[in-house]
Design a protein. Structure first.
Length: 440
């Protein structure tokens, strides 16, 4: 009996993801919001009415594949251009070719992969040719084009947002790989639906990762006369640790910290712990997370539970002492406490309103009665005259005005009825009632 091998067909030694790359819209998986029946991008492609556009989305969702499908359908020359290996010289050469084609009535579609890697000067080199129609530019980027693509160039392109693939889409893709002649049809691979879904979950919306993982699992499967069986043990070795997409200086960084803040603000400890762990797993500095918790303690909890600030500061100190991985439980402690604490943004509102007044209104002089008079000259100028010492009264209160005249009566701090702040609210009401009663 001849031993089975995956390499009997030498034409199939290319990576699985390359062998299965779709060539027609009908084969494309996912992005129904753009390519479903009647959707804008699908109509533009089918009617050959494409204009310059940017495909923005995470890796492995079909940006390059979609550009290739457009190339196959459009009545234009297609040039695949990489921002990684090309500079100004190469751009100018391609633009000259496109201009020559335009003079002969031939359109040129220029696909630029990873367009965010081009600097401003390189991006500017495309602009005049896009404006006069020498090229139809299709750029692909994993970064937010608002930050990474020049405003002038971006204004001349339609931006289409490609989403991470759903788990069901990835399972369908994996099943097709097992059944396709370009995939593993002739290898008779045996896999359970649970195993396929495990790969789909591991891939985290990335079709390339899903197919590469499947290929690795099959290559490490058990070969027999009946075919190849992928075991749970072999699959676990392929997906033992997820490589999370996380850029500590890019948009995802801000998306995750925003999700953490808003989950705590919404008193959802489970979601808050999840987003915090996502950040740690992606390599975020635990001290950064701890600093954000300190801010949150005063901005979103404040006087409703002043203990929250102490917990957050203690978590920061614990992270500083221990570092990762031990400090993760301290962050979980603080995140859970803050999520469950009563919420009040009264301090934040007071601070923001006061900053606005300080910035926009005239800088009033300090009233004389609030000034110290350490010298005779200051006393002769009436510094301190009329000052009322609160400790001289039984109530420890006076009706002395402490704000400048232009802001007299202005309220910045308006306590809520949440947590401990309810008692503070009642105390403040009593103080104001007393001052109003003794105003004369």
């Amino acid at each position: 009996m001849e031993q089975m091998t995956l390499f009997d067909d030498r034409e199939k030694t290319a990576p699985l993801a390359s062998r299965l790359r779709p060539e027609r819209l009908e084969q494309f998986v996912g992005q129904e919001h753009l390519l479903g029946p009647g959707k804008m991008l699908r109509r533009l492609i089918e009617e050959d009415q494409i204009s310059s556009m940017i495909f923005w989305g995470p890796p492995g969702v079909g940006k390059t594949t979609l550009a290739g499908i457009i190339a196959a359908r459009t009545k234009a020359d297609f040039i695949n251009f990489s921002a990684v290996t090309s500079g100004i010289k190469e751009i100018k050469e391609v633009m000259q070719r496109a201009e020559s084609s335009r003079c002969m009535g031939i359109r040129t579609v220029l696909f630029v992969d990873e367009i965010h890697r081009f600097n401003k000067a390189q991006q500017d080199a495309f602009l005049p040719f896009v404006e006069k129609g020498s090229i139809i530019l299709i750029g692909a980027t994993t970064e937010n084009p608002s930050f990474e693509v020049n405003a002038a160039l971006l204004s001349r392109c339609r931006v289409f947002v490609l989403k991470a693939l759903e788990e069901d889409d990835l399972v369908r893709l994996l099943q097709n790989a097992l059944e396709s002649p370009s995939g593993f049809q002739n290898s008779h691979v045996k896999m359970t639906d649970r195993q396929l879904r495990a790969i789909a979950a591991f891939a985290n919306g990335d079709a390339r990762t899903a197919l590469n993982t499947l290929e690795m699992a099959v290559l490490n499967g058990q070969i027999s006369a009946e075919g190849i069986t992928v075991t749970d043990e072999g699959l676990e070795q392929c997906i033992s640790r997820r490589s999370l997409l996380y850029d500590k200086t890019g948009e995802e960084h801000y998306n995750l910290i925003s999700a953490l803040h808003k989950s705590m603000r919404n008193s959802d400890p489970d979601a808050a712990i999840y987003w915090m762990c996502r950040m740690l797993e992606g390599g975020e500095n635990p001290l950064y997370i701890a600093r954000r918790l300190v801010r949150f303690a005063s901005e979103d909890v404040g006087m409703a539970d002043s203990q929250a600030l102490q917990v957050a500061v203690a978590a920061y100190q614990a992270c500083h002492f221990l570092g990762m991985p031990e400090c993760d439980v301290h962050l979980t402690h603080a995140v859970t406490y803050l999520a469950m604490a009563p919420k009040s943004n009264a301090l934040y509102v007071a601070c923001e309103e006061c900053k606005k007044d300080v910035k926009e209104k005239r800088a009033e002089p300090v009233p004389l009665w609030l000034r110290n008079a350490p010298t005779d000259l200051m006393k002769n100028l009436h510094y301190g005259a009329g000052y009322q010492y609160a400790h001289d009264t039984a109530e420890k209160l006076t009706n002395m005005q402490c704000l400048p005249d232009s802001l007299a009566g202005r309220e910045y701090y308006r306590p809520t009825g949440q947590g401990q702040e309810a008692r503070i609210k009642e105390r403040l009401r009593e103080i104001k009632d007393w001052k109003e009663e003794h105003s004369n």
